[in-house]
Design a protein around this ligand. Structure first.
Ligand code: AMP
Ligand code: FES
Ligand code: ZN
Length: 299
């Protein structure tokens, strides 16, 4: 197969775009997809102070490098979850990457916050992954606000987004569907959140990471039974195999036509948030979810 742009030997085939690319044209393709996402969704400008949540996996590292190379003002935030089997290695991957790329990095240690994930897991009756996600989002937001970042970027890719959209659609979950998308605007005490990799698949970010020589962590979380939405991702992969391009089309059509009605329905249904009486975080109850977890751990 020949590269669609320069006719050299292609190394990456992308049936969804009816294209194939040599290494340098692939990197150009990747960059353009990120630029297109930023522009189409009005994510941020060169004046913004962007905080990238870096987990140590390929997606968030690829995102950080691409944004830096595009000339954006980026810093990283890593949440050290204190999981014995994985956290130290993952943290080192992030620290080494940021040192190599001269990107300022902040690390928040959940142990110091009284929220060591193995401890939370012991005391909580609900699945640890949802509590862990809640704890991470809480700290992303508080930290970004505290330090004056104007945008928080995460490494969610097209596969993550489509699998989540599919799961939410199967349940017709108005609240979750209204909150789904590559941009969540700044409101009610929450920082603006963006997902600049939403047009790129897991395969595409893996290729970018490989071609850029990014050393990323493969260490899975010992508490999660595989990646999130694994079953839906498999279903969607077979759909994509039969109908290349379906995945991106499904997501983009949702953004064009489906998102607005759900946002409207949710805004009619939900009341405004108030500040948590303990920590000030926006919440619908009196005490926020993370303060409730802390309370549970304290007794
Ligand atoms: P996940 O839900 O694990 O697929 O992660 C989705 C995104 O959340 C990643 O691409 C990162 O941007 C962010 N993220 C997840 N875990 C962490 C972490 N421990 N520290 C910083 N960011 C994280
Ligand atoms: Fe949070 Fe596994 S429970 S990363
Ligand atoms: Zn609170």
């Amino acid at each position: 197969m020949k590269c669609t742009r320069c006719k050299q030997k292609a190394v990456v085939a992308l049936p969804s775009h009816n294209a194939g690319f040599c290494p340098s044209c692939y990197l150009e393709y990747f960059k353009r997809q990120v630029e297109k996402a930023i522009k189409a969704q009005n994510m941020f400008s060169f004046e913004d102070k962007i905080l990238v949540a870096i987990s140590g996996g390929k997606d968030s590292l690829a995102l950080t490098l691409q944004l830096k190379e595009l000339g954006y003002n980026v810093s990283g935030l890593h949440i050290d979850l204190n999981i014995p089997e994985s956290s130290a290695e993952v943290r080192k991957t992030v620290e080494d990457f940021c040192t190599l790329q001269s990107i300022p990095l902040y690390v928040l240690e959940m142990k110091k916050e009284g929220l060591s994930i193995p401890e939370v897991k012991k005391r909580l009756s609900r699945p640890i992954c949802s509590a862990c996600g809640q704890i991470k989002r809480y700290h992303f937001n508080l930290f970004a606000k505290e330090k004056g970042f104007t945008v928080l970027a995460t490494g969610h890719n097209l596969d993550d987004e489509v699998a989540r959209l599919f799961a939410n659609t199967l349940r017709w979950d108005i609240d979750y569907l209204s909150d789904q998308g590559p941009v969540l605007k700044e409101e009610q005490g929450f920082v603006k959140k963006v997902k600049p990799l939403y047009r790129l698949t897991e395969f595409e970010t893996a290729n970018y990471a490989f071609l850029k020589g990014i050393n990323y962590s493969y260490k899975p979380c010992p508490f999660s039974k595989g990646a999130s939405f694994t079953f839906y991702k498999k279903l969607i992969a077979s759909l994509e195999q039969e109908q290349p391009g379906r995945k991106l089309n499904f997501y983009e059509t949702f953004l064009k036509q489906g998102q607005k009605p759900f946002k409207l329905a949710a805004s009619r249904k939900n009341s405004p948030l108030n500040a948590c009486s303990r920590c000030g975080y926006p919440t619908s109850g009196e005490i926020c979810g993370v303060c409730r977890i802390k309370e549970l751990l304290a007794c």
